[in-house]
Design a protein around this ligand. Structure first.
Ligand SMILES: Cc1ncc(COP(=O)(O)O)c(C=O)c1O
Length: 500
């Protein structure tokens, strides 16, 4: 057990300084906006809040970056890394719920450290899907028989579970999609196509996954808009001053990942949303890496869109959700069209259904929505706060242990981080390290993690990335660290010329 205090010193004071900067007059925003009459209401639906009192912003920032250090995630700061599993949940009992974990790979016990790519499924989720196909399978919404009613209840019940999990005001604000990628595309193609005009600006972050880069980049090209990118510092954190300087009356949407998938950076989403709102911009949060690791409350964030993938939170692949504020969804055009998304069709005209059905054309993925509902029930029973605390512990434990291995270079050192560690060995390509670890039964990601711009900011094309879940243990981390030590020794002695 490691017991030195963790150094998470330093406060991101610049965010607080930013709150002192003068507010933009609302008039400037309106005049730069081409369809101000029709659309200003959309951008200033909260027009009572514009201009926002700087004291309101200050208090939000102060809450986020409290005087003592670093927000609610600082519970590990200056404390020994200790954790008594009995305080919260029994990891061994949890592991029994995940059948896939109990197998040998290459003759060794499987260690699943590829959780940022996808999570394993508890038996409760597998059984919910099997039960659905054994008992309830039917198309939904349109038939009058018992199975259709049961399947519809299962699907709409899952929507309500998503609503509750992220604390959305209404289930009508939850759209089922295939996952985060499809969700961001949906917003880019509806919000973006309707509301982004030539010369408008879209802001994303250097830390973003390709799923939050490519759809906005393509949209910017199509609409002759500008794509602006928030830079990051050497720790792998967004630079607040740089973000502030990118915001302008032309900013239509700010879209960023709440948790980065390569360094585990927790981005100060609430403060960034507050700042965007000062310019009348809308905000999308990519929750792919946050939703399973930290509590999400879309009302507290006051975010316009929140998107996540089910498979990263113990649910099946092929299902995810978009939360969108009601007033926005009502104004947006449908994305795909066909059955299910209509109220009435003639050859001349179609009257669209109300949200969320307007955005769910065709037969939806009912079984996996049911599986998502079961996964959220499961996470709810364990408790997302308990999960967050334990995963922070695992992350800090792994960082420290890996950091002590000769030759290992940890990449990124964000002060607020969760679940992910990235490292390289100076003379062995990351994919080779991944293959060698696989020989030890350790599954992790070694590559560019669909975040090439983020890695290139650090002069790299690939890292080795173990990522943790609440079913992982420190014993597993110890085994990985031992294996990395062996690989580092061999790499140094026998491959002196190999360069990453
Ligand atoms: C931050 C982030 N955004 C988006 C995605 C894309 O998720 P999906 O492939 O489930 O659509 C990922 C997947 O790794 C991610 O980590």
């Amino acid at each position: 057990m490691l017991d030195e205090p963790i150094d998470l010193s330093g406060v991101c004071a610049s965010f607080r300084r930013l709150q002192e900067s003068p507010l933009l007059p609302a008039g400037d925003v309106g005049s730069a906006f081409p369809e101000a009459g029709e659309l200003a209401g959309l951008f200033f639906a909260d027009s009572d809040d514009v201009p926002v009192e700087s004291s309101t912003l200050r208090s939000a920032a102060e809450q986020e970056f409290a005087d003592t250090g670093y927000s609610r995630y600082s519970f590990l700061r200056d404390q020994p890394i200790t954790y008594d599993g009995r305080e919260t949940f029994d990891v061994q009992a949890i592991r029994k719920d995940f059948p896939i974990l109990h197998q040998k790979v290459n003759g060794k016990d499987l260690i699943w450290f590829d959780n940022a790519a996808t999570t394993q499924k508890p038996r409760q989720v597998i059984e919910a899907i099997a039960r659905y196909y054994e008992r309830d399978n039917s198309n939904i919404h349109r038939a009058s028989h018992a199975l259709a009613a049961r399947a519809t209840d299962g699907y709409e019940g899952a929507r309500e579970k998503v609503r509750r999990f992220i604390n959305a005001p209404s289930a009508e604000e939850i759209i089922f999609v295939r996952g985060t990628t499809e969700g961001i595309n949906l917003v880019a193609q509806t919000f973006g196509r309707k509301l982004i005009q030539p010369g408008d600006e879209i802001i994303i972050s250097t830390l973003d996954h390709h799923a939050n880069i490519v759809p906005w980049q393509q949209l910017a090209k199509e609409r002759s808009a500008k794509l602006l990118v928030i830079p990051v510092n050497d720790r792998g954190e967004v630079i607040p001053e740089a973000y502030e300087s990118l915001l302008s009356p032309r900013t239509r949407i700010v879209s960023f990942a709440q948790v980065n998938n390569t360094f585990g950076t927790i981005v100060p989403a609430k403060t960034m949303i507050d700042m965007a709102k000062r310019y009348g911009a809308r905000v999308l949060i990519d929750g792919a890496q946050s939703v399973a690791h930290t509590p999400v409350d879309v009302q507290d964030l006051d975010v316009d869109f929140f998107v996540f993938s089910g498979h990263k939170i113990y649910a099946p692949t092929g299902i995810g959700a978009v939360y969108g504020k009601k007033e926005l969804l009502a104004l947006l055009p449908p994305w795909q069209s066909g059955g299910n998304m209509i109220k009435d069709v003639t050859f001349e005209e179609t009257i669209f259904n109300d949200p969320p059905h307007k955005f769910e054309a065709g037969t939806p993925n009912v079984a996996d929505a049911v599986g998502l509902g079961a996964a959220l029930d499961y996470v709810g029973r364990v408790g997302i706060q308990n999960i967050e605390r334990y995963e922070h512990y695992l992350t800090e434990y792994a960082r420290r242990a890996l950091g002590q291995v000769d030759g290992v270079r940890l990449v990124g050192n964000p002060r607020e981080r969760v679940s992910v560690v990235s490292f390289v060995l100076p003379n062995l390509p990351a994919p080779e390290v991944g293959k060698l670890l696989d020989q030890e039964g350790i599954a992790l990601r070694a590559g560019h993690h669909c975040a090439q711009p983020a890695l290139r900011r650090f002069g790299l094309e690939a890292t080795v990335r173990p990522s943790f879940s609440f079913y992982n243990t420190t014993d597993e981390i110890d085994k990985m660290v031992e294996a990395v030590k062996k690989i580092a020794n061999v790499a140094f002695s026998s491959h002196p010329n190999i360069r990453i």
